[in-house]
Design a protein around this ligand. Sequence first.
Ligand code: NAD
Length: 264
Amino acid sequence: MTGGATGVLILGPSGRMGRALLAAAATRADLQIAAALDRTDAPGLDREVAPGIKPTTLIDAALAAAQVYVDFTTPAATAAVARAARDRRVAAVVGTTGLDADAEAALAALAEVAPVVGAPNFSVGVNLLLGLVGAAARALDTGWDAEIVELHHRGKRDAPSGTALGLARAIAAARGQDLAEVGRYARSGDVGARPTGEIGAVAVRGGDVVGEHTAYFFGAGERLELTHRATDRAIFAHGALRAAAWAVRQPPGRYDMLDVLGMR
Ligand code: NAD
């Protein structure tokens, strides 16, 4: 490690976000790639991903080298790495979406002993959008129908996106609703008229779209649309690395990007 730089472990260096993280890390003097961890069948295991660093497939060896790890992988990998990180108290930045109960439990256990930053979206713009959407929902009563439409590339596995669910949660919270009761993620067939207070989220998939989210508020005779468009994965990577540099200075606990940005 040079000059006191924070050692970072990148998970999934062969992935879309993994590659963006490696490129973004190369621009920061305060962080150094200390290790990279990938699946045993991942491409490029024999190639250096940073000076002197080839990916490993051994979780413990990867964690031993780092103060913080950055995880944009799959829910199963998130759970396995968080469990192993607990013994070593390694800080975590988790961008993986569609997490199941097993992964959530592993992150909760890790957060008892280390800082864990999790966010469905690490861009500055989307985190600002969360606040704006909440403000709109507070100002407009449930007579304004709230719907979220999200677009992503054809390779995305989970739907609706974690960000769309985050926006839906922000609307529900602002209105004092329980999203589990009012969230609606698919419509097909004779579904009847739209109930007042429902919050819809629709996923569109195709091509190479990095990520787009629009929150609609439909009133009688007018409509409000709040949109964020990501055109480059580098924004998520830079946000996640900013979170990594921030996380290593925090006490154990769960944090999100609003904490990192000081927007709480
Ligand atoms: P991807 O399929 O391109 O990459 C996933 C990577 O994880 C691959 O390199 C794969 O080899 C690796 N991987 C899988 N299992 C692993 C394991 N057990 N150990 C180590 N590595 C493992 O996917 P992507 O487009 O980079 O997205 C990854 C995740 O990040 C998704 O959940 C996506 O929704 C999420 N994402 C979040 C944000 C955000 O800002 N929070 C932004 C973009 C993507």
